[in-house]
Design a protein around this ligand. Structure first.
Ligand code: PMP
Length: 285
């Protein structure tokens, strides 16, 4: 990803893609002191752009990393990056991180909080699973308790077990891993929320130990508009057997059907297709 043409916004200005580098003593590299957003731009418009920027600032606040930019400044940076790279359909990565500075220990309140915005073309997150249905492994690691780490933050530290679990899943021929949480309830995938269908009603994990994704919230709204009953609740893994359909939601994943989780199978059914198509229409509306 490092060696290509293009522009990246870093700390207030556009730099050449290849020059968007940091020092090895960047605090974030050592202690995971970074928060980020993943967003998609459709036909020149970033879907839920302000909500993403607001969440970034909130993640910074939750992780004791005050980000020295306003929502308007972040919005402007995203527009600048898209324009400089001539992109109208793209994935955006907005990253805020604690840089190198006065301190190299765990405590580094005096080190600067830096920000970078990158955009590139990125197709379907789960490849052909988008139509066929993804196969998920059940992760051996658990989503942590909100008493362990602020789970509402989209923070790098929370992603280490995602990388490990996704690697393990891919080694078994799966597209992704589904986590249970610290209590054993069904939680989320490594970069997406999860929904189930049974008897025409929808069940999705309560957002008390997962990232309450913006796509999750959008999809819940779409289901309610369709008069579909949505149960946000604690779901036990044994219940997977009774569910008929399943899909994942995320800014990168969009709405991706799931065909299998461990030994449980799901059909790519009518509600899954309807919500997936309606989401595609909504983001371009
Ligand atoms: N859970 C996790 C762990 C994620 O990384 C993501 C992607 N940001 C999501 C859920 C979905 O969030 P959103 O719909 O806001 O992209």
């Amino acid at each position: 990803y490092g060696d290509r043409d293009g522009k990246i916004w870093m700390d207030g200005k556009l730099v050449e893609w290849r020059d968007a580098n940091v020092h090895i003593l960047t605090h974030a590299l050592h202690y995971a002191s970074s928060v980020f957003e993943g967003e998609r731009c459709y036909d020149g418009k970033v879907f839920k752009s302000r909500a993403h920027s607001e969440r970034l600032l909130k993640s910074g606040e939750l992780m004791d990393m005050p980000i020295p930019y306003t929502v308007d400044e972040i919005e402007a940076a995203k527009r600048e990056v898209l324009e400089a790279n001539g992109l109208s359909n793209a994935y955006l990565r907005v990253l805020a991180f604690r840089g190198a500075g006065e301190d190299m220990g765990v405590a580094a309140a005096r080190n600067p909080i830096r920000m970078a915005v990158t955009a590139w073309e990125w197709g379907s997150y789960y490849g052909d699973a988008k139509t066929k249905g993804a196969k998920l492994d059940i992760a051996k690691w658990k989503r942590p308790s909100p008493e362990t780490i602020p789970v509402a933050a989209k923070a790098a530290g929370l992603y280490m077990i995602c990388t490990m679990s996704k690697h393990a899943a891919e080694a078994k021929g799966c597209s992704d891993a589904m986590f249970l949480d610290y209590r054993g309830y069904v939680a989320e995938a490594t970069g997406a929320n999860i929904f189930f269908v049974k008897d025409g009603e929808v069940h999705t994990p309560l957002a008390d130990a997962i990232l309450n994704g913006l796509t999750r919230q959008t999809v819940i709204g779409m289901l309610k508009d369709r008069q579909v009953k949505v149960h946000e609740r604690h779901i036990m893994p044994e219940e997977l057997e009774g569910f008929e359909q399943c899909w994942l939601t995320g800014s990168a994943a969009e709405v991706t059907p799931v065909g299998q989780i461990g030994d449980y199978s799901f059909e790519v059914g009518a509600m899954t297709r309807d919500i997936s198509e309606a989401y595609e229409a909504l983001v371009r509306a």
